[in-house]
Design a protein around this ligand. Sequence first.
Ligand code: CTP
Length: 419
Amino acid sequence: MNLDLSDLMRDPRLLPPEKRSLLSGIADRSAALGFPCYLVGGFVRDLLLRRPVNDLDIIVEGDAIQLGRMLLKEFGGTLTPYAPFYTAIWQPPASDETIDLITARSESYSAPGALPTVRPSSIEDDLRRRDFTINALAVRADGEHLGEVLDPLHGRDDLQRGIIRALHPRSFIDDPTRILRAIRYEGRYGFQIESGTLNWIDAESLTVLSTLSGERLRHELDLILAEENAASMLARADEVGVLKAIHPSLPRFDSNRANWLDEIPNPALNISCDRETLGYLLWLLDVPAEDLATLSRRLDFTSELSEALLGASRLNAKLPALANSLPSAWTFALEMFPLLSVYAMCLVAREPALLEYLPTWRHIKPHTNGDTLLALGLPPGPQYKEILTHLRAAWLDGEVSNEDEEKKLLESLLNNTEG
Ligand code: CTP
């Protein structure tokens, strides 16, 4: 029996009305050109799982770039064609979203892990080039065909059984990023990687994985860290040998830290840190400093992230020496580290001083500044810094608590300087 998804596609909880009308605009133009138009991959998978759909990945049996040009002419926006893959990215006017317009194609891989060579083909061939059966479903979007499902690889059965199944034994060798994708889907949906597919994560495919560029690997790890179950996905990645294949010093994610993945800094702290960055910090801050440099290079980390990791590792080593110090000693020491490092250590070490430093101590400054000292006739020189530091320490350590007390302390410091 043919499955019809048109009702689900009309459900505003799954497909918001503005996306639906965008989709019918595209499907109508595609039909006018005589190109059957389909949605594939995550769209169908998530619709069948009754989850809201995100991306509109459009496939046409016809020239996707020609369709893109028509959409551009009729609706405006911007079009970025990519002729070697017969694809285009269309950004509708006044929209942040982009839509992939893809010509149905078949693919062959010239070398393991290389980008594929493609040629236009049928929708069925296009589904056969994909990663997993649950992503190899298509639903038609044009005219009277709206809602018709194509499921040549029985992805719907696997969705119902909760199974991640690759399409052929060389799938992970052709494209080892799929190993990380399998782990991501498994953890996201609570599915299981099918046993044959699990066996294809072997020495050969892991070796190809180890040759991928840092950028491609980090992109996949970013996607994992953005997921709710990131910690268990990374545990699974470790279990199947993926982490060591990427880099020998990539550790298991400490499951005790899983809850902190959601602790994005409160905006009032003014520390810019997204979930992925926080994820890398929580995951890697125990890696010894000498390994962090090679790891950062391997995964093509930004300099901000690699410095934050290095800072966290050094701060971790320094914490015992700072225990029981005065607030001023803590503050002056912590100011030498990136804020991100302090924030990550604050979550992990739960050291009360770090909890005080981030929202409070680091902002405490005396009323006196360089201009005040100049107005008092003190000749500029190194003693400016000494005096201001002394005043700041007095505030931090509670030796002064109002402007009058600060003035008195300043006077005594100036007397000493003169003396
Ligand atoms: N795909 C693939 N092999 C890859 C990457 C993608 O076969 N290495 C195919 C899959 O059919 C996938 C589709 O391209 O469904 C779109 O890829 P992507 O947008 O990355 O995935 P989604 O299915 O949208 O899933 P997610 O929710 O993770 O974004």
